[in-house]
Design a protein around this ligand. Structure first.
Ligand SMILES: *Cc1c(COP(=O)(O)O)cnc(C)c1O
Length: 429
């Protein structure tokens, strides 16, 4: 250690990478990955792990699918990157048309960016500016829901669950929004109607993760809840934003949750599995009705946004290749097979001490515990069992790549059950 490092108690050189959501002083060392193929991660020490969470829900076709790798390599040789201001390229043009065709209703206009959080920011800006462009100022707030998660930037944090989104930690730095309970029953629907009657005129939009609230706790709600939101938004003239960053591209067994619920939003955000977990890319997809509010001879009515790397050609090529795979390979059937295996095996966890709920939908399986003390020990136990499973808060969940074989899926679920059982008996008996 240098003298400075000695005084501090750590050597800055050992902490050049500042890690996500981590107390750097106490977090366990990260595991170096040197290879990845199919559903497996290869660690530097030679161990392999079955990835039970698809690298933060992105790697839907497994690692290193040759069709995506080839498409990216070819694009890197042709045009690795070019700005989208004043210039364009085939991968972005084609991807936008394909996303517009896949997305429900008149969601026809695709604004690209590089991360999910930024796509949510763009959706929020589209909503706000669409009112300004129609001469309505003062509509600046959003209605969002408890249990929701929409990203880590300041604006997206403001529409996250107030506790999970650290609204008090960052109080003053983030906008105040209207946060309500999802209208999952008639009483809550009544309360939400009252809120909208009172505050609807200050709102620019309503944002929700359709059918599954992900990072806020893997909570499920039904299509009727979304239909109720759609009706309220129509009644109050508010754009409804579906954040499909987690649910998009098959995770629930349909390409989008909107399709499964039979509800069409006015803006949809996508990212995570968009490139099959290869390169960063995201998009806000807006309806023609909203797009029209920007369509004018007045340059001042243009959407004022433009990320430097938006529509990166290599990332668009990866996304196009990923969409090819949804057409050529039985991805959605694979998701249904995963759902069936969850239904067969996960209920065993219901009888374990400390378990509050066990649920699954599409390729998401959830064991909700009373709490998860000693989370780091639990995480290490999963690694010891040969699986990459990343519990958070009080949630143990599995979201494997859709291509996982029946044998690997059974091994993953059984390992998860074994580790959970041993851990639950230690803490809750
Ligand atoms: C992951 C996620 C985001 C944020 O995406 P980033 O790419 O991490 O910025 C936003 N909304 C939902 C629903 C997500 O799951």
């Amino acid at each position: 250690m240098t003298q400075d490092a000695d005084k501090r108690g750590f050597d800055p050189g050992d902490h050049a990478v500042w890690r996500p959501y981590a107390q750097m002083k106490t977090t366990a060392p990260a595991l170096p990955v040197v290879g990845a193929s199919g559903v497996r991660l290869e660690l530097a020490d030679g161990r392999t792990l079955i990835d039970g969470v698809s690298s933060w829900w992105t790697v839907c076709h497994g690692y290193c699918h040759p069709h995506i790798i080839d498409a990216v390599k070819r694009q890197l040789d042709a045009v690795p990157h070019v700005m989208l201001g004043g210039l364009t390229h085939e991968p972005a043009e084609r991807l936008a048309r394909r996303l517009a065709a896949l997305a429900p209703g008149d969601l026809n206009h695709v604004f690209f960016c590089e991360s999910g959080s930024v796509s949510v920011e763009i959706a929020m800006k589209i909503a706000v500016q669409s009112f300004i462009n129609r001469g309505q100022r003062g509509r600046t707030k959003f209605l969002a829901f408890r249990g929701g998660y929409h990203g880590d930037t300041l604006a997206t944090m403001s529409v996250c669950d107030p506790e999970e989104g650290m609204h008090s930690l960052f109080a003053g730095a983030i906008a105040r929004q209207v946060i309500a309970d999802l209208p999952t029953d008639p009483d809550r629907l009544d309360s939400l109607s009252v809120i909208l009657d009172q505050q609807g005129a200050t709102l620019a939009g309503v944002i929700v993760e359709p059918l599954v609230q992900g990072a806020g706790g893997m909570r499920f709600h039904d299509a009727a809840t979304l239909q109720a939101l759609r009706a309220l938004c129509d009644q109050h003239g508010l754009p409804l934003i579906f954040d499909e960053i987690m649910t998009g591209f098959g995770r629930l067994g349909t390409m989008f949750a909107a399709e499964k619920a039979g509800v069409t939003p006015d803006i949809m955000t996508v990212s995570k599995a968009l490139t099959g977990g290869t390169l960063p890319l995201a998009a806000a997809i807006a309806s023609t009705r909203l797009f029209e509010t920007f369509w004018d001879d007045d340059a001042g009515k243009a959407l004022m946004h433009g990320p430097t790397y938006m529509g990166n050609p290599a990332a668009c090529a990866a996304a196009n290749a990923s969409l090819d795979l949804f057409e050529r390979e039985p991805r959605l059937a694979q998701v249904h097979a995963i759902e069936a295996m969850f239904a067969a095996l996960l209920p065993q966890a219901r009888d374990l001490p400390g378990v509050l709920d066990v649920r699954w939908q599409g390729a998401i399986g959830v064991i909700e515990m009373q709490s998860l003390p000693e989370l780091d020990t639990l995480k290490a136990a999963f690694v010891g069992a040969g699986v990459w499973v990343r519990p958070f808060n009080n949630i143990i969940y599995l979201m494997p790549p859709y291509v996982i074989s029946a044998e690997d899926l059974q091994a993953l679920i059984e390992a998860a059950l074994r580790v959970t059982e041993a851990w639950a008996r230690r803490h809750f008996l």
